[in-house]
Write a new protein. Sequence first.
Length: 215
Amino acid sequence: MRFPFPPPPTVSVPVIGSDARFPVHRVYCVGRNYEEHAKEMGFTGREPPFFFLKPADTIVVAETGQTATIPYPSLTRNLHHEVELVVAIGQGGKNIRAADAHQHIFGYAVGLDMTRRDLQTEMKKQGRPWCIGKAFDQSAPIGPSRRQTKRATSHRHRFGFRSTAATASAAKSASSSGTSARSLSTCRPPGNCSQATSSTPARPRVWPRWSVATP
């Protein structure tokens, strides 16, 4: 098969403890599934979750033991990040029972959902898709995946996160809206999440290092 130009390589994520890599087909995101963050955004927290997509090529892979850096994106003065537990789906299916869902999971990783919040908000007002606010280049940093094991499915895990992000107008937005700067960038799972605020665009950094411990 001939192409008019070389196709891009398959996006993949390293697998801890293996030389194999997990191939990424697409990033399927669940929106408004975290009650506290939904309330921060002005909702009740009781709305049903919904879904949106990010293309695979929005992923920025932080290789094992390395720090990934992304540039501050264009067109926005209000960049948010949310720490996410990423589930790597290894086996497809449909009409899957909740009790059988774990059989389709390859493993887990830690990622960031980067959002150009001002652009997303404007799209919401116009009733248009959020692509410009959610699916921009380098909007999905991710660390290495950890393969699911039988032991992992039968034990509670404790994840630790380490990340920083900067928003160009966080301090101004916080003072004008009456909210704290902390609420502008939410860490979903338990862990440490620090945020820097600045009057000029900064460069968010992502550390792909975390620990998983079982009691």
